[in-house]
Design a protein around this ligand. Structure first.
Ligand SMILES: Cc1cc2nc3c(=O)[nH]c(=O)nc-3n(C[C@H](O)[C@H](O)[C@H](O)COP(=O)(O)OP(=O)(O)OC[C@H]3O[C@@H](n4cnc5c(N)ncnc54)[C@H](O)[C@@H]3O)c2cc1C
Ligand code: SF4
Length: 512
């Protein structure tokens, strides 16, 4: 075997042929290394489908690289020599192959990047060019700003990408953001297309058997695994959404419905985050669909906003603020995460639906994450670290760079409003307006203080009362506090009492 020149480590969420570290490989002298390690698969109890997705996609990617003539070293989880960690494997392979250079791409997790940096090897890091905004560009944009706002970042990104612009650089349709047109509830009779599904080939079946055996204690079903694990299948999932889902995404982006886990959502986040899809291509496809007249502007703008706005923005905030960001706890919450987050055993239908489908498919769409499970955790004062761990574990698409700012910042407002201007807190009325969940619920959404009143109602007011000092200062909360102040004292007391009872139940580890 020739002397190894470059050894390139590719992590399980970096499965893209376009990585900077994989360019100009010398087939004779360079080697790509992929490692399945226990530490990454179990530092939180990841959903078994997520582990299966990553290991299977890694194995497929390794095969595809070999078919392109690239030399690959692949370490399976069961390899007796496997040291169990990424730094451990890097050290082992460095000692075995003695390469001239070690190349790798920026990680999606501060913890992992730190541990690799600490492993004592000379490393050549490459920027992760799958993202449109580099870490350095984001910090230059954020420089000197006391508070960041996604909307302004998003406009910059639209301009920079030349997306949905008129010839003079103004936004198509006369506004940058059509968020207000993305909020229709699902009317009766409107049926969403079920996303494309993929059956498990022999590689995936082998991985599923491995995961079933080695991760039996992790919450979540493996039986329903139907995600794409190759670039070609991810492309098929995307094209199916472009043809059948995207038009409905515009109007029903925020809608929720019983036994409809996906509605008009693309379900592409996992494939995108691990490198099976390319964000530039997705934006270009969406823009073309708009110019061709097959989708309305609220669908095109709404989808592009999520990709180049929110997705890039949360990544920027993560790398700008880590590691301190993870310790944020602006409300001083300490309540443990209720057990029903891991089992779905609750009388609250909205929570049962959102948690149930998360356990079944490792998926919930944005509004379920934000306004149901997230909203409950915010109102109930759950410790940010515990709810963040749950989101990181349960969702197929969850990687620290994207999960943490969404959960700790957007949902829990635990960063004190750095990422978002106000907490997304809401009573049961919001869930009633945007879903049919309340019709099938043991609780009454129209009531607030009775024994079977919707828990979201009293908890909402309790949250506002207990954090009044902090939140009244926020101009965007002014209207809400006016409503509270107009309420008779007796009503306020009854809401506080009911809130206390609900929180006491959680503290006694009772389900709601
Ligand atoms: C508490 C919470 C935790 C979240 N954790 C994650 C996570 O770990 N990983 C993740 O990819 N997304 C996360 N999101 C964002 C969003 O919920 C998911 O990206 C989306 O539900 C994925 O489903 P989809 O592909 O069907 O998305 P669609 O609704 O079809 O949206 C299209 C794409 O836009 C992007 N996107 C939309 N919103 C966001 C956002 N807020 N942040 C980043 N990307 C966004 C995603 O890539 C998504 O695939 C989280 C949101 C919340 C509120
Ligand atoms: S009544 Fe309350 S708990 Fe029940 S589904 Fe509606 S919002 Fe959820």
């Amino acid at each position: 075997m020739n002397k190894i020149h470059r050894l390139c480590l590719v992590l399980g969420d970096q499965l893209s042929f376009d990585l900077a570290s994989l360019q100009d490989l010398d087939a004779e002298r360079d080697t790509v290394l992929l490692v399945e390690v226990m530490e990454e698969a179990s530092h939180v109890p990841h959903h078994p489908q997520k582990i299966a997705l990553i290991f299977s996609a890694m194995r497929h990617f390794a095969k595809a690289l070999q078919q392109r003539g690239v030399r690959v070293q692949y370490v399976t989880l069961d390899d007796p020599q496997n040291t169990g960690s990424v730094p451990g494997e890097l050290q082992r392979w460095d000692a075995l192959l003695r390469p001239d250079e070690l190349h790798l791409t920026e990680c999606g997790d501060w913890r992992l990047e730190q541990s690799i940096n600490d492993c004592g090897l000379a490393l050549q890091w490459h920027a992760d060019t799958r993202f449109l905004c580099s870490r350095a560009e984001f910090s230059a944009w954020a420089e000197g700003k006391k508070q960041l706002r996604m909307e302004f970042f998003y406009r910059e990104m639209r301009r920079r990408g030349g997306l949905l612009l008129n010839g003079d650089g103004s936004p198509v349709g006369g506004a940058w953001n059509f968020d207000a047109d993305n909020r229709k509830a699902l009317p009766k009779g409107v049926k969403a297309p079920y996303p494309a599904r993929f059956s498990a080939d022999s590689i995936t079946q082998e991985v599923i058997a491995l995961v079933r055996e080695r991760f039996a204690s992790h919450y979540g079903s493996l039986d329903t695994f139907d995600y794409p694990v190759t670039h070609a299948d991810a492309q098929e999932l995307w094209e199916y959404f472009l043809n059948f889902g995207l038009a409905g995404f515009g109007d029903y982006q925020d809608a929720m419905a019983s036994d409809e886990p996906f509605l008009f959502h693309a379900r592409i986040s996992a494939a995108l985050n691990i490198g099976l899809l390319d964000v530039r291509q997705l934006c270009s496809d969406v823009e073309s669909a708009y110019w061709s007249g097959s989708i309305a502007l609220n669908a095109a703008e709404g989808f592009i906003r999520q990709l180049i706005g929110w997705r890039e923005y949360v990544r920027g905030v993560y790398w700008l603020k880590m590691p301190d960001y993870a310790d944020g706890n602006a409300f001083g919450n300490s309540r443990p995460l209720p057990e029903f987050y891991w089992t779905g055993k609750t009388q609250m239908n909205c929570m049962r639906q959102a948690i149930g489908q998360s356990l079944e498919h490792a998926y919930a769409h944005h509004i379920q994450r934000l306004m149901v499970t997230g909203n409950f955790a915010l109102l109930a004062g759950i410790a940010p670290s515990q709810i963040c761990e749950w989101y990181l574990a349960i969702y197929m698409d969850a990687f620290d760079w994207v999960e943490l700012p969404n959960t700790l910042g957007m949902v829990m407002h635990a960063d004190g409003g750095y990422l978002g201007s106000k907490p997304y807190c809401a009573s049961g009325q919001y869930i009633k307006r945007m879903s049919d969940y309340c019709r099938g619920c043991a609780y009454k959404v129209t009531e607030s203080t009775t024994d079977n009143a919707c828990p979201f109602n009293a908890l909402y007011w309790h949250f506002l009362m207990r954090h009044s000092d902090l939140l009244r200062r926020n101009q965007r909360m002014g209207m809400i506090y006016k409503n509270l102040d107009r309420m008779p004292e007796s009503k306020q007391q009854a809401l506080w009492q009911r809130g206390q009872i609900l929180l006491a139940k959680l503290d006694a580890a009772e389900s709601l």
